[in-house]
Write a protein that binds this ligand. Structure first.
Ligand code: SF4
Ligand code: SF4
Length: 206
C-alpha cells in the first residue's frame, strides 16, 4: 500500500476560477463550483494523492499543501483479482505483466490490471486506486490508458470536460522501419516477446 501525508487547501480569496487545477488533477479531486463566470476550485481530499500538480499550475497562489492529520492510504493488491485474469488483460493490452508502469508510485502492470478488474473504470479511478499519474506522468499514462481501453473495449473518457487524453503507443504500434532506427530501445524484441506470450496464452491483442 501507499500513503500520502499532504492535502490541498484552497484560498478562495485568491482563486480566479481559471479551471487549470481541475484540468490537471489526475484523480478528479478538484471540481469547479459555482456559475462559470465566478467558479471556485473545491478539493475533495479523500481523492487527493498529493501529486502537487495543481499547486504547480496555479499562478494565483490559491492552493496550499499542508500536512494531513493522518495519512491517506491507498493502493491495490495485485492478488486481489484472479491472476489468470490479470495476466490475460496485460497480454491483450500488449503489456508485460511484470513491467513497472509507474516508477514514481512503484506501481506495476499487475496492480493496474487488478484495479481495473476490481472496478476502477476511468483513468481517475485507476489513479486513485493505484497512485499512477501522481508523479512525472511520462511512463504511466500510455500503459494505463492501454489497459483500460483493452478492458472497456473503448477509449476511456476524461473525467472532466476540461481534460483531453492523448493516444498511446505500445511496441507493436511502432513500424519496423522506425523500430530499426532505435535498437537501444529493443522495440522489435519486446514486440516478439509479447506476441509469443500472447500466443501461449491464446489471446488476441486489440
Ligand atoms: S488553478 Fe488556482 S486560480 Fe485557477 S481555478 Fe485552480 S485554484 Fe483557482
Ligand atoms: S495534489 Fe494532485 S491529486 Fe491532489 S488535488 Fe492537486 S492535482 Fe489533484
Amino acid at each position: 500500500m501507499k500513503s500520502v501525508n499532504y492535502k490541498i487547501e484552497v484560498l478562495t480569496e485568491n482563486c480566479t476560477g481559471c479551471y487549470l487545477c481541475e484540468h490537471i488533477c489526475p484523480t478528479g479531486a478538484i471540481v469547479m463550483e459555482g456559475p462559470k463566470s465566478a467558479a471556485l476550485a473545491v478539493v475533495n481530499n479523500d481523492k487527493c494523492v498529493a501529486c502537487f500538480r495543481c499547486v504547480d499550475v496555479c499562478d494565483d497562489d490559491a492552493l496550499l499543501a499542508p500536512e494531513r492529520e493522518s495519512p491517506l492510504v491507498f493502493g491495490t493488491d495485485p492478488k486481489s483479482a484472479p491472476e489468470a485474469d490479470v495476466v490475460d488483460l496485460c497480454h491483450r493490452a500488449e503489456i508485460d505483466p511484470d513491467k513497472m508502469v509507474c516508477p514514481c508510485s512503484m506501481t506495476g502492470a499487475r496492480e493496474v490490471a487488478a484495479a481495473i478488474l476490481n472496478g476502477a473504470h476511468t483513468m481517475a479511478d485507476v489513479a486513485l486506486a493505484t497512485g499512477v499519474q501522481s508523479g512525472c506522468l511520462m511512463y504511466c499514462f500510455a500503459p494505463t490508458h492501454r489497459l483500460l481501453k483493452t478492458f472497456l473495449g473503448v477509449a476511456p473518457m476524461p473525467h472532466s470536460k476540461n481534460q483531453f487524453y492523448d493516444t498511446s503507443y505500445v511496441p507493436s504500434d511502432i513500424s519496423p522501419e522506425v523500430a530499426s532506427r532505435y535498437p537501444q530501445f529493443y522495440i522489435a524484441e519486446e514486440t516478439q516477446t509479447l506476441a509469443a506470450e500472447a500466443a501461449a496464452q491464446k489471446v488476441v491483442p486489440v
